[in-house]
Design a protein around this ligand. Sequence first.
Ligand SMILES: [Zn+2]
Length: 199
Amino acid sequence: MSFSPLIRQLIDALRGLPGVGPKTAQRMALHLLERNREAGRQLAHALEAAMDGVGYCSRCRTLSETEICELCRDPRRDDSLLCVLQSPADVWAVEMAGSFRGRYFVLKGHLSPIDGLGPEEIGVPALLERVQGSEVAEVILATNPTVEGEATAHYVAGLLKPLGISVSRIAHGVPLGGELEFIDGGTLAHALAGRTRID
Ligand SMILES: [Zn+2]
């Protein structure tokens, strides 16, 4: 059986969502058409409004509806501390944790020469520009603890240190409440390498 053009178009569009295969997309489309047209209209409206209205903060490059985002505008935050992350989702994750009071800067992913992602593509020059002549005294590199994330952190650190900026890397490893015997070797090795002194 083949669907009519509009239904086909809707199913194809839904497949653009992460984790949505053909069967799920079909189920979603038919559900909206048969059972919940109001939700479908709301979804269409919200999608259009968000796609048109959400851009990037010109200062930290996270998703923002205004030229400068709320986090960058907040006068209570510490201008001397800058946390560098790989995506706006990471900004929200750190914000949800609730203990970081500095500023943020979002790189567009990580360095990946194979995919043609060099320093320029991920926004390293913009980061240097953000830092130079600013009040930033310490940069925390919070890229992912993957091979690419580590390489990116290492590369960026090499550019920041000559500018007289203190550079640190987030510690990662043993989760709170975790038991050592259940943690994989790579994670444990990282935790040991990133140990901190107890004074
Ligand atoms: Zn911002």
